[in-house]
Every structure is written in structure tokens, then in C-alpha cells.
Design a protein around this ligand. Sequence first.
Ligand SMILES: Cc1cc2nc3c(=O)[nH]c(=O)nc-3n(C[C@H](O)[C@H](O)[C@H](O)COP(=O)(O)OP(=O)(O)OC[C@H]3O[C@@H](n4cnc5c(N)ncnc54)[C@H](O)[C@@H]3O)c2cc1C
Length: 473
Amino acid sequence: MTDPSALHRLEAALGPRGWSRDPERISPKLVEWRDRWRGATPFLALPSTTAQVAAVIGICADAGLSVTPQGGNTGLVGGQIPQGEILLSTERLNAIRDIDTADDVLVAEAGVTLSEAHAAALKVGRRFPLDLASQGSATIGGLISTNAGGTAVLRYGTMRGLVLGLEAVLPDGQIWNGLRRLRKDNTGYDLKQLLIGAEGTLGVVTAAALKLYPALASRAVAVAGLSSVAAAVDLLKLAKETAGGDLEAFEIICALGMEMAAAKRPGARTPLESHPPWYVLIEIASPGADRAKPALEDLLTEALSRGLADDAVIAASETQAQALWALREGQSEAQKGEGPVWKHDVSLPISRVADFIDEAGKALGSRFPGVRIDAFGHVGDGNIHYDVLGPPGGDPARHAEARHEGARIVHDLVNSLGGSISAEHGLGIMKTEEARRYKSAVEITALEAVRSALDPKGIMNPRVLFSASWPHA
Ligand SMILES: Cc1cc2nc3c(=O)[nH]c(=O)nc-3n(C[C@H](O)[C@H](O)[C@H](O)COP(=O)(O)OP(=O)(O)OC[C@H]3O[C@@H](n4cnc5c(N)ncnc54)[C@H](O)[C@@H]3O)c2cc1C
């Protein structure tokens, strides 16, 4: 049982609005949005300042209480759902502290949502270029802690490349103010890079200085139909050569995914009459007015003439562009009602993506006859969401039971092709054990040593990522 005196100290440090033990208030934070994980906590901490976060972590370190930080609860690997730990929500750390167009920087607290950061940047003619479908709820702290990716990584990189500085509370309760705005700072180990992608295991991110870019003045969106993944990889090469830095997104969708998304969206249909086996959504965007559409037209003309694409349609308006993007962003949602889905968020060297899709399909098809492959994702950076649905009319329970065996086949293949079993979602509680299989003992020992140096009591998100004390103690 949790020490009641420690909980009273937490209440006193947080003030009457800063905590809750009301099950109704807490319960939405204990369920992952797909209901894949459910959790429990004795106490919800709702700090509104960095000093309050420091007080919470200090009390927890002193009393030996474990803590799970949570932002928007959109994470896909379960790391934000506590299993008995104190739950520290960043929902009240929601101020935009500064925005500066000389430094091109936005300083936002951890609980600011990605949509709020976008809007703040746009107000001053700038852009914060991380884009993903959960932007209305996902927070800056969560995006940093999972090193989020999304659809514009091809052009701007992951969150790791978009953070200039961080403020965080370390596992002993000390505040680290690293909110620098420097593009160059070569002074040894980089503490902020350790915290980025740490999934709440090395402390609580409380604020970040984020890089801004010029706002875009023109964008053009198209969908092309292709006969193979190999053609998509060739088309990507051509797009990079012709559009250069203006290539904003390059996303692949298989026919099954496109058909399911179109069928489940009221008023939507698949964008090409030719019904190709593969679709590629291409966006070119530019800070220069009227530059994007001609560049996209040139690219598609060349792609059709070289036989890389068989068919294509360019959005004639912003509404049509959004409708094409909705088909891409509705991919996961479209799987609802199709029974259990084995989800794999993998990355490969771009040159091996076609081999992976071909070989994985054959291996799974021979072991599990009839399974349906729903592959889509950020092929521009080698990241495929390789999802596997059960056979039509098959037994959902049987398909669910075979999930681990299927994942082993997919992940072993990814590893043999030089890829990663988690491209952008992190490890959380879902993939940590699986990741041990593919990282060397040398790497795991070094990572565990870093963790225990910063968090010797092991209080921060103990079930997540590599830890010498969990679950192998
Ligand atoms: C529809 C949908 C689409 C998505 N698309 C993408 C995509 O394209 N690319 C992508 O990368 N991800 C994607 N995601 C995943 C998700 O949005 C990200 O993982 C997001 O970064 C999590 O942010 P959050 O605020 O919801 O964090 P949470 O889910 O609350 O937490 C995630 C992890 O970060 C830790 N954490 C949260 N806040 C802090 C903090 N302040 N300090 C320390 N640790 C903290 C938690 O303990 C947990 O381990 C998608 C999710 C959904 C639902």
C-alpha cells in the first residue's frame, strides 16, 4: 500500500486544484485510446508549474514512490498508462512561454498540444513542422519523450532534430534549465538528447525550445497509382531529385488500406479509377507562392513518361487535398471492425523496403494462410506500418492468439534487412522485451548504466525501456 503520509505531502505541495483521487476524474487517463492497456494509480498529480513538478518528483524519490508521466495519452506502446505508480499529468503545464522570430524559436510547456504549437507559430508567420494525426491531443512533452515522427520527417527530421533546448525535472527532483536556443552547442554529452525519446524514464520534460521554419505559401497534393513498392522507391528517388527540399511528404498506401479507408469515410471513394495495387500520396510545399503545383506537375509528367506511375490525380483545391490526406490519416481508424490487427511500426533502409514487403507477405502467407496485409506509411523515410488482419470470416480469437508468432516473423525479417522494430512509436511496455532480442548485450548494458546513473532509485516509469532492475530483478 502507498504510504499515506507521502500522499499528504503531495497534496500539500500541489494545492487543492493540483491533484485528484476521484476515480471518475482519473479513469479516462487509465485507458489507452484503443483500450489495449488499462491501468491503476493511487494518485493523480496535476502540477501547474515546474516547481510543483520538482516537488512531486522530490517527494516520490524520498518516499520511494514510482511515477508515470502522461501527456495527451495518445502513445501507441502503453508507456503512459500507470500500473500502480503515481500518475503525473502535464495537462496544466500549458503555457506558450515565448515565441521569437529572430531566433526562430517557440518555447512551450510540456502540456501544450501540437495543434496549439502549430497555431502559435502560424500567428507570427512561422511553422513548427511536426505533423501527425494525433496533433489535437498529443503534447510537446509526449512528442519529445517518444521522439515522434509523422509525415514531414522526410523534410525536417524527427522531434530529435526539432528541439533546441529543454527544461526538465530529473529523477531526484532537481530542475535542469537547458532552455537554450542555440543551433550549435558542442560542449560534450548532450543531456537533452538523452531525455528525447526516453519515454519518461529519465525525468519529466517541463518545457522545450522548438525550432521554427518559414510558413508555407503554396502546397500541392497528388495521389499516384503504382504497380509495385519497387516503383514507389524509384519514384521517391525521382521526387527527391526534382523537388529537392520542397518534397514535404511521400506516403504509401496499399489497395486494401485505401479501399477500407474510402469505404468507411462518408462520401469518400478511392481516388483512382484504375484501382492500382499501390497508391502514393505526394505533397510538395514551398515558402514561395505558386511554386508547389508546377513542381508536382513536372514530377508526375516525368513519372508517367518513365512508367514509374500508371495513373495520377492532383488535388484541384485545398478541400480535395484535405480529402486525399484524410484517406491516408484514416488508415488505422479504417481497420476498426476488421477484428484484431497485428501492428508493426518498422523502419528499413529505403533500398530494402520493397524486399521487406515482398518477403514478409510470403512468410506470413505460408504460415498463416489467408491473412490480409495492410501496409502503409512514411515510405519517404523507410517507415512502414505493416499491419496484419485476419482472414475474411476467420476466427478473431485465433488471429489474436497468433500475434506474437506473427510479430516474431516480421521483426526477425526486419532485423535481418538492417531495420528497426520501432520506427517512431517507441518501445513502451509493448516492445521492450522484443527489443532486447535485437540489441547487443553491450548496448543494453550501456543503456541500463545511463538509466541507473540518472535514476538510481528506479522511480521513473519503471516498466518502460531497458532497466537492470525491471523485469529481470
Ligand atoms: C491517430 C494517431 C496517429 C499517430 N501518428 C503518429 C505518427 O505519425 N508518428 C508518431 O511518431 N507517432 C504517432 N502517434 C503516436 C503518438 O501521438 C505519439 O507517441 C505522441 O508523441 C505521444 O504524445 P502524448 O502527449 O499523447 O504522450 P503520452 O501518450 O501521454 O505519453 C507517451 C510517452 O511519453 C511519456 N511522457 C509524456 N509526457 C512526458 C513528459 N512531459 N515528460 C516525460 N515523459 C513524458 C509517457 O510516460 C509515455 O511513456 C499517433 C497516435 C495516434 C493516436
